[in-house]
Structures are given as structure tokens and as C-alpha cells.
Design a protein around this ligand. Structure first.
Ligand code: UT7
Length: 385
């Protein structure tokens, strides 16, 4: 295990300096030129298992029919083109529901399922692009949970956030040079706060929510890490295509007399801006490839996968990806219809429902993939339980 963790660290460094991707497995580490992006990192089994999952969504629901009075659209168009029927949204009432409270509740449910007490958590990563606090929500979520021994920080990778945070937590837990045993990975977003409600291309897609997963090194046989947990992963980013999905900074003028007047910037962000067709093309092109890379890192084939769990963005994207992997749609986990695209929350929200309904069982292999702004995309192969 020591050997392949070192490979990941060295690999990440090489990725940064040379543009070469790294692919490592339990027994080997190889460099390969990434053909599809500027950067890539992949790794084999990580020596930690997922033992708890939870989710939370705001109480308020906006249906497609409700949106017919907001923009020129129809329930029929939204359902046919996206597969979405409704979405949950936060109200402008910070005391009731927020990213922090949703993240806290999702993590609480995950801890209960895992039967791990908050004091035994060593690490909390909150993946979000829409934190309540610009400086991050992870420390507040940790405090609200009573995770007094955890180091907590936020991670921003848009709709790939939960996937990237899971891989990051897995690397912390696999690190033989620290003693981390338990981690919580939270994906929480409220893109309803950043949507242009006059833009029918995007306002129909997004909803708010949170999901969380508990990872542990307990009962992981280091001689046979293929048994459970994160079996393989692959992550990519490509900032050259940043423009197709962004929510960028735009401040207003504030004059400060120093005593010479200087015009500085008073912070705010633009509305979410998306070229939907380009994001669709990117996702259907890259997601099947990144899943195959992660399977390769896990030394597995598509035939070994029980469930396909993609970022819940559009049912048509899921259909294309499943078909490109030769997987039937009844192996695809989706709750998009009820929640819309909840960004970093979408994968754990859907996984929570699938586990609690009994659909996903202990030992099932789930090929997860996230994709979105950055551009960023990645896959992790999870053996549940
Ligand atoms: O988290 C990752 C983030 N984003 C995504 O994954 C989004 C990926 N992209 C998509 O899901 C799809 O591209 C959309 C759902 C955003 C759009 O679907 P589309 O099939 O690509 O539609 P389109 O942009 O090609 O538009 C087709 C028509 C256009 O009308 P004309 O020019 O053919 O007359 C649009 O103006 O549909 C129109 N249209 C709408 N009509 C009713 C666009 N949005 C709407 C709407 N209601 N909400």
C-alpha cells in the first residue's frame, strides 16, 4: 500500500509539471500522455471503505409547472429534454435552512448509518461552490456535528466536487504517514442562489441539496484492498474550456481615500452562465472514457459494475453514457426527476436513496462519475459496504 500511495503523490507532481497523466494500480505505476485533457491523475485501490451515507434537501419544491410562470417553457419540454420534474430550493432565510444545515443533516444521517461517533472523525471535506461563507462551511459543519477532533476544509470543483473530495479523502486515509481513520465527505450546493431566473436555458436545471458519505480504514485488509471501498479512480481538468460553464467574479466600484482616491472592488459574482450544448457534448464525450480509466486503475471491466451513478445533470447524458459503456438503463441510479441538478450534492443524494431503498447492497460495485465547471470530471469505482 505504501508503494502505490507514494506513486499517487509523485504522480500528482508529475501531472502538474509536465502535463503527463499517471496511472497506478496496486502493483504498478505508469505514466501515460493524457489525450483528452491537460491534466489527469488516476490511482488504484485506496484502503478505505464507505460505510455510511446520508442526504438532506430543502423543504421548498418548485415544479416544472411552477416554472412556466417564470420563463417561457413547459413541463413537457423540461421533462423530455432533461428528465427533471421538480427541484428543491433554499429560501432566503439563513436561520432555517442553508448549506451548513443541509450539510450537517446529511452528515448526521451518514454517521448514524456508519455507527461512528462524531469525536472519532479525523477529516471533513465539504465540496461546494456555493458556501454560506466565502471562507468555507466545513469548519461550521464540523462544529455543528460535534466533530471536535477533525480537521475540516472546503473543496471547490463544481459538479465534480463530491467525486474529487472522495478521492482526496481516500488519499488522506491511505497515507501511511498519518493516523487518520475516519472521514466524512459532504457534497452540498445551492446553485439556485446563483441562477439567472430569466435564463430558461439554465434556471430549469438546478436544485439545492446535500449528501454525505463516511469513509473508514477500519476492517480494511491492507493485503487485499480490492475487497471494499474505493477500488480505482481517475480525475481530469481542463481550464481551456472554462468559459462554457462559469459563475465569475464581478465587483462594483468602491472608492477608498488613501488619501489619494483609489477605486477598489466591492465583491459580488455574476449569475451562472452556461453554454448547455457544449457542456452536453463534453460530458457525453469524456464521461465514458474516464469511467473506463477508473475501471482500468481498479483492474476491472464494465461487466464487473453493478450500478452506474453519474452526476445528475440530464437523463439524456446518462442514456448516452450508459449506451457507450454497453450498460442497460436499469443499472443506472437516478433521482434527477425529483431533485434536478444539485451540483456537488447529486451523487451522494442519489446514492443515499439507492442504499436506503435496498437497491444498492453490501458488496455492489458502483461506477460513479462527476463532471462540470472547470471544466472538471472524474470517476471512482466504489464497492459498497
Ligand atoms: O452540471 C453540469 C451542468 N450542465 C449540464 O450538464 C447541462 C448539459 N446540457 C443540457 O443538459 C442541455 O444542453 C440543455 C438541457 C441545457 C438544453 O437542451 P438542448 O436539447 O441542448 O436544447 P437546445 O439548447 O439545443 O435548445 C433547443 C431549443 C431552442 O429553441 P430553437 O432555437 O430550436 O427554437 C431553445 O431556445 O429549445 C429552446 N429551449 C427551451 N424551450 C423551452 C431552451 N431552453 C428551453 C426551455 N424551455 N427551458
Amino acid at each position: 500500500m505504501k508503494l502505490w500511495f507514494s506513486s499517487i503523490v509523485i504522480g500528482s507532481f508529475l501531472t502538474n509539471v509536465s502535463g503527463f497523466g499517471v496511472s497506478s494500480s496496486k502493483t504498478s505505476c505508469r505514466l501515460s500522455k493524457s489525450t483528452s485533457s491537460l491534466s489527469m491523475a488516476s490511482s488504484g485501490p485506496m484502503g478505505c471503505r464507505a460505510i455510511g451515507i446520508g442526504s438532506a434537501a430543502p423543504k421548498t419544491i418548485i415544479t416544472n409547472v411552477d416554472l412556466e410562470s417564470v420563463v417561457e417553457t413547459s413541463d413537457e419540454w423540461i421533462q423530455t429534454r432533461t428528465g427533471i420534474s421538480q427541484r428543491h430550493v433554499l429560501l432566503n432565510d439563513k436561520t432555517e435552512e442553508s448549506i451548513k444545515t443541509l450539510g450537517r443533516d446529511a452528515a448526521k444521517h451518514a454517521l448514524e448509518m456508519a455507527d461512528v461517533s462524531p469525536e472519532d472523525i479525523d477529516l471533513i471535506i465539504v465540496a461546494t461552490s456555493s458556501a454560506d461563507d466565502l471562507f468555507g462551511d466545513a469548519t461550521s459543519v464540523a462544529a455543528a456535528l460535534g466533530c471536535t477532533n477533525a480537521v475540516a476544509f472546503d473543496l471547490t470543483a463544481a459538479c465534480s466536487g463530491f467525486l474529487f473530495a472522495t478521492v482526496t479523502a481516500g488519499q488522506y486515509l491511505s497515507n501511511p504517514f498519518n493516523s487518520y481513520k475516519n472521514a466524512i465527505v459532504v457534497g452540498a450546493d445551492a446553485l439556485s442562489r446563483w441562477i439567472d431566473w430569466e435564463d430558461r436555458n439554465s434556471c430549469i436545471l438546478f436544485g439545492d441539496g446535500a449528501g454525505a458519505m463516511v469513509l473508514t480504514t477500519d476492517d480494511v485488509d491492507t493485503d487485499d484492498t480490492q475487497t471494499f471501498g474505493i477500488l480505482g479512480s481517475s480525475t481530469h481538468s481542463n481550464g481551456l474550456s472554462y468559459d462554457v460553464l462559469k459563475c465569475d467574479y464581478e465587483g462594483s466600484d468602491v472608492v477608498v481615500n488613501t488619501p489619494t482616491p483609489v477605486t477598489l472592488s466591492k465583491g459580488s459574482y455574476n449569475r451562472l452562465n452556461m453554454v448547455g450544448k457544449e457542456v452536453y457534448k463534453f460530458a457525453t464525450r469524456e464521461v465514458p472514457t474516464v469511467i473506463r480509466e477508473a475501471l482500468d486503475a481498479a483492474d476491472m471491466e464494465v461487466e464487473d459494475v453493478d450500478w452506474l451513478l453519474l452526476h445528475q445533470a440530464n437523463i439524456r447524458i446518462m442514456e448516452v453514457v450508459a449506451s457507450r459503456l454497453n450498460m442497460p438503463m436499469d443499472k443506472v441510479i437516478t433521482n434527477l426527476s425529483d431533485y434536478g441538478n444539485t451540483s456537488a450534492a447529486s451523487i451522494p443524494l442519489a446514492l443515499d436513496e439507492a442504499v436506503r431503498s435496498g437497491k444498492v447492497k453490501k458488496g455492489d460495485v458502483i461506477a460513479c462519475a462527476g463532471f462540470g465547471a472547470g471544466l472538471s470530471w472524474g470517476s471512482a469505482i466504489l464497492k459498497w459496504g
